[in-house]
Structures are given as C-alpha cells and as structure tokens.
Design a protein around this ligand. Structure first.
Ligand SMILES: Cc1ncc(COP(=O)(O)O)c(C=O)c1O
Length: 349
C-alpha cells in the first residue's frame, strides 16, 4: 500500500491557495466604498511599488489573468501584419487557445528550442522577410522567465536578446508568470533582470506566487502602454473592483513577500530533486533552476503515481513528469511525496 499522500499537490503552482497575508489584505480592502476601475488608493500604491522596484516610471495595468496580461501587453505593441518570435514551448504559443493570435491578429513564429530558451541567432534567422510585403513583419520577441521548462535566462542572456531585437526595430516582451521564481533564483532584483537588460514589456505574475488572482502588465517605457487602458477593456481584462487586485499586489510586493514565496518554492524543488535523484528507476533530467522538477519515471509507474498524488505527465512518449512546488509546499510534503515515489516506482519497474 502506498504511503499517505502529501497534503499539497505537486501538479502546479496554480494548485496552491492564497497566501495568508494576501487574504488579509483582501479583507482589509473590504472597507467602505472606493471608486472602481483603478481610481482607488490601492491601485495607486501598488503602481508606485512597481515603479520603485523597477526604478523607472513604468506604465502598470492590472489584469485578471496571465493569458489576458499577455494579450494586453502584446496587443499594445503590434499591428496585424506583424509577428511575434517566441520559443515553440511558450505559453502564448501552446497554452492560450490562440488568444494572442486572435486578439492581435498576428502570427506567432514559434521556434523549437532544446530548453525553452530562445537564442539571439534564432531571432536573427527569422528576420529574412523584413521589408517584403509577402511576409509578416517580426515586431516582438517574446520569452518566458522562468521558462515553461523550468529554465532561466541570465540578465546577460536577456540583454543579448534585447540587443538583437532593438538592433532590428523589434521589442522584447517577457511573460513573467513566474518572474518571482526567476528573480529569486538569480538572487537579483527586478531592475537588474528586466530594466537594465532592456526588456520593453513584462507581465508580472501574481497568481502562481500567492495571489487569489491577478497579474500586472508593466510597460517599462510608458509610451509603449499609451493605449493599454483601451486594449485592456476590449480584451475584457479590466476588473471593475480593481482595489481587490491591487490590494493583493500591495501585500505581495511588501516586505519582499513575492521573493520570499518564490525562494521557498524554489528551495522545495531543490529538496525534492535531492530526494528523488537517488531513487532507482527515477532519472532527474536536470537540477531544478526554479520551482519545477523534471524527471523520467518508468512508464508503468505514471498512472499509479498520478492516481496516488495527482500531477500531469509532461511528455508521455518520454515518460517525463513535471512536479512543481509552491509557496506553501512544506518539507514534510516533499518527504512524503518522495517516499511515495520511491515505493510506487519500486512496485512498477
Ligand atoms: C508561462 C505562463 N504564462 C502565462 C500563464 C497564465 O495563464 P492563465 O491565463 O491561466 O493565468 C501561465 C499559467 O500557467 C504560464 O505558465
């Protein structure tokens, strides 16, 4: 019989609940009336916090969700004959039901990569049709930090992509659904990972890092976000009671909660990797860089493992799984999960 399952899921950082400080901030914001659509004190304060973190007067707009944030950010940068160069594994390319294409009207040029990371030479290879009316015109390079494959760009790698983009009149968009995990893992600050390397637009994720819901789109150069409010409304991403999104961000950005949450999730992934690496039959694909662990397990163990403690199989053909840790994953959860993996794999080799 398998041991007791952990109390949290390793399926996704989206499976976690809300950080208590964020929930408290929601309750505290539930006092009296405040004007809707962002004309409230919480939105002003959270916006100021973002500007402080970045060290620039960015335009910041809050949205309901991550797909919506990507749509709003990208649409502000694009005309329908233009295109976005992104890794083939990008969330915008595979997991957003075509929303970026539908809203922007633009083609995504999705480039296969080994590790979810785009390289400058791959961007350059996609520029052959520039100026030719028969080709879409690349206008945006979009990367994810940290990536869907649990990898990280260094600030220098981001700068190299920004340089090649800007040299060719393109802009650099970063899907930062997990930007906290990235900044924590790099032991940097947001400015050095985003502003200094030359990122133009960042979506800053909250939901995977302790919020109930809510993301922010950050236009480092506010001129790029001049139409963001109109675009957001058309994209159905304007929360009327904005104070409840902003209050969550205010809590997340206070006392480095976003970094503390992310650091913890990353540390739990490191511990999980340490525990599962020695298990016979389990192959750790690479040491985790952020909060995701990728491992190969015997094919016969996939279903029994997921029946015991649910997760999604990352690559059925390769028998590869992705296990993710959250801000509230405990060491006891990790120990229990690793013990269950050892037992179930031993029984299904
Ligand atoms: C890399 C990335 N971008 C964006 C999102 C946002 O998705 P959602 O629209 O579900 O909030 C996710 C969620 O899984 C993601 O992993």
């Amino acid at each position: 019989m398998a041991p007791e399952a952990p109390h949290t899921l390793f399926a996704s950082d989206n499976a976690a609940g809300v950080h208590p400080a964020v929930l408290e901030a929601l309750v505290a914001a539930n006092q009296g009336h405040a004007l809707a659509y962002g004309a409230d004190a919480w939105t002003a304060r959270a916006t100021a916090q973002f500007r402080d973190l970045l060290g620039v007067d960015a335009e910041v707009v809050f949205t309901w969700g991550g797909t919506g944030a990507n749509v709003v950010g990208l649409q502000c940068l694009l005309a329908p004959w233009q295109a976005v160069i992104c890794p083939a594994s990008a969330h915008i390319a595979v997991d957003e039901c075509g929303a970026p294409e539908r809203f922007t009207g633009c083609k995504l040029i999705d480039v296969p990569t080994e590790d979810g990371k785009l390289r400058p030479e791959q961007v350059e290879r996609e520029l052959h049709g520039v100026g030719d009316e028969h080709h879409v015109q690349p206008r945006v390079v979009s990367i994810t930090q940290s990536t869907e494959m649990g990898t990280l760009y260094s600030p220098a790698e981001i700068a190299a992509l920004a340089d090649v983009a800007h040299a060719n009149s393109l802009l650099l968009h970063v899907d930062g659904a997990r930007i906290g995990n990235a900044v924590a893992a790099l032991d940097e600050d947001l400015r050095r990972v985003i502003v200094d390397p030359g990122v133009d637009v960042l979506t800053f994720g909250g939901t995977k890092n302790g919020l109930m819901y809510g993301e922010a789109v950050v236009f480092v150069d506010p001129a790029l976000g001049v139409n963001a409010h109109f675009v957001r409304k058309q994209a159905a991403q304007l929360p009327s009671k904005m104070r409840f999104v902003a209050a969550q961000f205010e809590a997340l950005l206070s006392d480095d909660l976003w970094l503390r949450n992310a650091r913890h999730a990353n540390a739990m992934a490191a511990l999980l990797a340490e525990r599962i690496a020695p298990i016979d039959g389990v192959e750790l694909l690479h040491p985790p860089q952020v909060n995701a662990v990728f491992a190969r397990v015997p094919a016969a163990a996939l279903a029994p493992l997921a029946d015991w403690s649910f997760f999604w199989v990352w690559d059925q053909e390769q028998s590869v799984v992705r296990w993710m840790c959250s801000f509230d994953t405990t060491e006891a959860d990790v120990e229990r999960f690793a013990a269950g993996v050892a037992e179930i794999v031993a029984a299904h080799r």
